[in-house]
Design a protein around this ligand. Structure first.
Ligand code: S3P
Length: 445
C-alpha cells in the first residue's frame, strides 16, 4: 500500500476515543489478565497488528478471551493454570509480546517455543535469555542470540532463584520479563536500570496484589518484586487511556501546520512516557495539559495543541528513555523547527523495528532534510521538506512520521509500505483525513 499526502492542510478537531488505547498497557493487560484468577474486563484495548499476537498467544496457552469492539474479556487461569502450547507461538512483529511472554512462561515453568517475523528475529534476545538462565530458567536463543527462543519447562513444585540484576541498558521489556519471571521465584527479585523505563508493569502488578517497590538510588532506577503467597493475582477491570506514542504524530502534525488546533482527550501521561511532550513544550510548542486525573493507576489527561513556531533543541540522557519510541516524529518536528537539534545517548534506536537512526536519515534526506547520523543519535539542521517518494521500511512509526512531514512539504509525499502503520495505529490515515488532511491511499501489488 502507498499513501500520498498533500501539503497545505489545517488540522482541527477534538478526539475523544478515536486514538488507540495505549499499546504497552494493552499488552500487559491481556497477559496479566491471563495469569489472574478469574474474569477481567479491559476497555479501550488496542486492537492492532502488534497486540493480535498477544491475544493469539493466550489462545495457544488455552486462556479463553473475547473481544467486544475494543473491550477485551479474559478468563484468567492463574500463573500455574496455563497450559503448555502444542505448537510454536508466533509473536509476529511484537518484541513486547515475545519478551513479556518469556517471563510469564518462565514463572509458569512451561515448555514453549517463541518465534516471530524475520524483523522480530533480528531483535536482540540475549538481554533476557542470560538473566533468565541466571534465575534457573531452562531457556535458549538461536546461536545469534535472537528468536526463536526455546523454553524447556520445569517440575511444577520447583521454584526459580530470585536475583538482584543490573541491566546494562534501560528497557521496560527486559525489566518486565524479569519481574514476571520473579513471580516464579522464592523471595525478592530486584532489577536495577540506568534509566527510567516505562513502569506500567509495576503499576499493574501492584493493582493485582503483588508487592512491588520502586526507588531511585544514586541515579539507578531500582524495582523489587515479592510474589504473593499463595500466588493469586486479582483480575483487572480497567479503561486503557489513549496511547501517548500514537498521539505524538497528531501533536506534531498540529504544531507544525499553520492555523491548527487539536484537543486529544484522555491520554496516558505517565511520567515515563511524556518525554516528547516536555521536549516539544521546551521547543516552543503550545501544548496545554488539562483535566489531569488518575485512571487505572495511570496519570492521564487531555491535551490542547495549537500550531506553533518551534526552535531546535538537544535531547540526551534519561529524556531519551522517556521518549524512546518518539524519535522518528521528533525528527520531523526538529526539521520543521528553527535552528539545529541534536539527539545523543540513543543507540537503542538502532535495535527497534528498524535501525531507526539509519532509516530516518535515509528517508528524511530524500525529503531534503539535512540530517547527520551519529553512532548514538543524529543531528538535524532545520530546512524545508521538498516532497518525494519515501519508504516506511516496515516500521510503523517511520511510516506515520513521514506522512506528517508531507503536511508541510512543498510538494506531496508518497509513503511506500504505509500499511505497517496499522501495527500500532489502525485507521491513522482516515483519522488524519477526518481532521483536515488531504491524502490518498492506493493498494500496491
Ligand atoms: C515497550 C518498551 C520499549 C518500547 C516498546 C514498548 C514496552 O522497548 O520501545 O515500543 O511495552 O515495554 P524497550 O523496553 O526495548 O526499550
Amino acid at each position: 500500500m502507498k499513501t500520498t499526502i498533500f501539503p497545505g492542510a489545517t488540522l482541527q478537531g477534538t478526539l475523544e476515543r478515536e486514538l488507540p488505547g495505549d499499546k504497552s498497557i494493552s499488552h500487559r493487560a491481556a497477559l496479566f489478565a491471563a495469569v489472574a484468577e478469574g474474569q477481567s474486563e479491559i476497555r479501550h484495548f488496542q486492537v492492532s497488528g502488534v497486540t493480535r499476537p498477544m491475544l493469539q498467544a493466550l489462545t495457544a496457552l488455552k486462556v479463553p478471551w473475547s473481544l467486544d469492539g475494543d473491550t477485551l474479556h479474559v478468563t484468567g487461569r492463574g500463573v500455574r493454570g496455563l497450559n503448555a502450547p502444542s505448537f510454536p507461538i508466533d509473536c509476529g512483529n511484537s518484541a513486547t509480546t515475545l519478551r513479556l511472554l518469556a517471563g510469564v512462561l518462565a514463572a509458569a515453568g512451561l515448555p514453549a517455543v517463541l518465534e516471530g517475523t524475520p524483523g522480530l528475529k533480528r531483535r536482540p534476545m540475549g538481554r533476557i535469555v542470560a538473566p533468565l538462565q541466571q534465575m534457573g530458567v531452562p531457556i535458549s536463543a538461536s546461536p545469534d542470540g535472537c528468536a526463536p527462543l526455546r523454553l524447556q519447562g520445569r517440575p511444577a513444585d520447583s521454584s526459580l532463584q530470585a536475583q538482584h540484576l543490573l541491566l546494562p541498558v534501560a528497557s521496560a521489556q527486559v525489566k518486565s520479563c524479569l519481574l514476571l519471571a520473579g513471580l516464579g521465584c522464592e523471595g525478592t527479585t530486584r532489577i536495577d536500570e540506568p534509566g527510567p523505563s516505562r513502569d506500567h508493569t509495576e503499576r499493574m502488578l501492584q493493582s493485582m496484589g503483588v508487592t512491588v517497590c520502586s526507588e531511585v538510588r544514586e541515579g539507578i532506577y531500582c524495582v523489587s518484586l515479592c510474589p504473593p503467597r499463595p500466588l493469586e493475582l486479582t483480575p483487572l477491570h480497567l479503561n486503557i487511556p489513549g496511547d501517548p506514542s500514537a498521539a505524538a504524530f497528531l501533536i506534531v502534525a498540529a504544531l507544525i501546520t499553520a492555523g491548527s488546533e487539536l484537543c486529544i482527550q484522555n491520554i496516558c501521561l505517565n511520567p515515563t512516557r511524556i518525554g516528547l511532550i516536555e521536549v516539544l513544550q521546551e521547543m516552543g510548542g503550545d501544548i496545554e495539559v488539562v483535566n489531569q486525573h488518575i485512571e487505572g493507576g495511570e496519570p492521564c489527561g487531555d491535551l490542547r495543541v495549537r500550531s506553533s513556531h518551534l526552535h531546535g533543541t538537544s535531547v540526551s540522557g534519561e529524556r531519551v528513555v522517556r521518549m524512546i519510541d518518539e524519535f522518528p516524529i521528533f525528527a520531523v518536528a526538529a526539521a520543521a523547527a528553527q535552528g539545529e537539534s541534536v539527539v545523543s545517548d540513543a543507540a537503542e534506536l538502532r535495535l527497534k523495528e528498524s535501525d531507526r537512526i539509519s532509516v530516518l536519515a535515509k528517508e528524511l534526506r530524500i525529503l531534503g532534510v539535512q540530517i547527520s547520523e551519529k553512532a548514538d543519535g543524529f543531528s538535524i539542521t532545520a530546512g524545508a521538506f521538498k516532497g518525494g517518494s519515501v519508504d516506511a521500511h516496515g516500521d510503523h512509526r517511520l511510516a506515520m512520521s513521514l506522512l506528517v512531514a508531507g503536511l508541510i512539504s512543498s510538494a506531496s509525499v508518497t509513503v511506500l509500505g504505509s500499511e505497517c502503520s496499522a501495527e500500532s495505529f489502525p485507521g491513522f490515515a482516515d483519522l488524519l483525513r477526518s481532521l483536515g488532511a488531504r491524502l490518498t491511499v492506493e493498494q500496491t501489488l
